[in-house]
Design a protein around this ligand. Structure first.
Ligand code: SF4
Ligand code: SF4
Length: 440
């Protein structure tokens, strides 16, 4: 990476942080009392107890910059207030701190007596690194690919529709109904379902939409938002805009996000702030929708079809950051016979180590797999054979932890477990019957 003039770099950092520091970030920067309680909350520290893995240590790095840029004394005599001038060297050192050593899981935040939001601080560091050309190349590419998909939609739409037609055939085979559909661009549909790349996020949901007779349309876009991982709000907003425009154009009442932690948190909680107004549609996770179907008796489930012991990994974004705690348990209690909680669980669950874009960054895989040790310990302690997770990043990381630490478990999404337990009319099980035209 080319080195910059420090004056220019300082100016850039000052402009960027001035825009970023709102009341929440200012509170996170000002209120730490350095008690160190957060250390044991962080899966990085639990896996490898080094000072660099203490959450407050990471946040202190931004405080040092902040003091140098905004504290009147820090600008004249940095040493007096522990300020550090912005330089290429110091920014380079923050790449590891923010992109490889923090998944922005907020476990430290819920355990901090002052409520310091270290994740917000880390996001601001990422933002600074992205703006100065230091973000991991893969995250940049993935964010750009999402934006290019919209710009080149007319060229890729045919290919996408072909892929969906193939999946539609699989759906028909699974439900035994030649009329079953995966609708795309369905004007007037009630739900716009936003999946991720990969049939595993489309097919099980399609079966459930079919089984419940839901009016829905599959989004042309993916739910993932790599702009968020870069700390780049303008790009994150642009990626979100595609879904907002599509939902508005189709006139849906609701956008349902696939089993994905950051995508749900982004669209549900963060994006309306970027747009400065509430969306003209409701936003829910597929997890909430499945739980509601179960509570209302819309799905006939036979839990004996999932007889192996199942444990559940609470996604940090869904549980801790969004409060989706009881919904997955409603689902699991209805579709498996032996559900075993991990300890700790719910909002206190340990991060798996794969969030905040980490699973997409092979250069940090060693740190990521090491940080997954507390999760491995939790899973092993349950004795479960199946680990359910309602976030694709978590699934990816848990799958790699499974291989790396030879856990011998199967990692699966909640929707797949529900489909396994689903009984269609006349006792049919999806995928177990020959293709016949039928009405469910
Ligand atoms: S972030 Fe919170 S828990 Fe950690 S040292 Fe600061 S005040 Fe203590
Ligand atoms: S947000 Fe999570 S990964 Fe980051 S410092 Fe806090 S506990 Fe550790």
């Amino acid at each position: 990476m080319g080195k910059s003039d420090n004056t220019e770099l300082t100016k850039k950092a000052r402009e960027l942080l001035r825009k970023q520091v709102d009341r929440k970030l200012a509170a996170a920067l000002e209120t730490c009392v350095r008690c160190g309680i957060c250390a044991e909350s962080c899966h990085y520290y639990v896996a490898d107890p080094r000072p660099e893995h203490v959450p407050a240590y990471r946040a202190e790095k931004l405080r040092q910059i902040y003091r140098g840029l905004f504290d009147p004394i820090g600008r004249i005599a940095p040493g007096w207030v522990g300020a550090v001038p912005v330089s290429d060297q110091m920014l380079d050192s923050l790449v590891e701190t923010s992109f490889a050593s923090c998944t922005m899981c907020r476990r430290c935040t819920v355990n901090c007596p002052m409520g310091v939001d270290n994740a917000l601080v880390v996001r601001a560091i990422r933002s600074l690194l992205t703006a100065t050309g230091r973000a991991p190349e893969m995250l940049e590419q993935l964010a750009e690919a999402a934006i290019m998909r919209e710009e080149g939609l007319e060229y890729i739409k045919d290919l996408f529709l072909e892929q969906i037609a193939e999946l539609e055939n699989e759906l028909r085979e699974k439900v035994g109904d030649l009329k079953a559909r995966i609708p795309v661009e369905e004007q007037g549909a009630e739900i716009l379902y936003v999946a991720l790349s990969g049939a595993h996020t489309i097919l099980p949901a399609s079966v459930l939409f079919y089984a419940t007779g839901t009016s829905w349309s599959l989004s042309l876009f993916e739910a993932a938002n790599y702009g968020v991982f870069l700390g780049d709000t303008p790009r994150a907003k642009r990626i979100t805009q595609r879904i907002v425009d599509e939902a508005t154009r189709l006139g849906v009442k609701e956008v349902v996000v696939s089993e994905c932690g950051h995508a749900y948190t982004t669209l549900r909680w963060e994006a309306p702030n970027w747009f400065g107004k509430p969306f003209p549609f409701r936003v829910r996770s597929l997890v909430e929708v499945m739980a509601e179907w179960i509570e209302k008796g819309k799905l006939k489930l036979d839990p004996t079809r999932n007889r192996l012991a199942v444990t559940y990994h609470d996604s940090c974004n869904l549980a801790r950051n969004s409060g989706l705690i009881e919904e997955p348990r409603t689902i699991l209690n209805a579709c498996v016979t032996d559900f075993r909680e991990m300890t700790p669980n719910k909002q206190h669950n340990y991060c798996c180590g794969g969030g905040a874009g980490l699973v997409a960054l092979p250069e940090f895989s060693e740190q990521r797999l090491n940080a997954g040790k507390p999760k491995v310990k939790q899973i092993k302690a349950t004795g479960a054979s199946i680990v359910a997770a309602s976030c694709d990043n978590c699934r990816h990381q848990l799958g790699e932890l499974n291989e790396h630490y030879e856990m011998g478990v199967e990692v699966i999404g909640l929707a797949e477990l529900v489909v396994n337990a689903l009984v269609l009319d006349k006792g049919r099980v999806p995928g177990k019957e020959p293709v016949v035209a039928a009405t469910v």
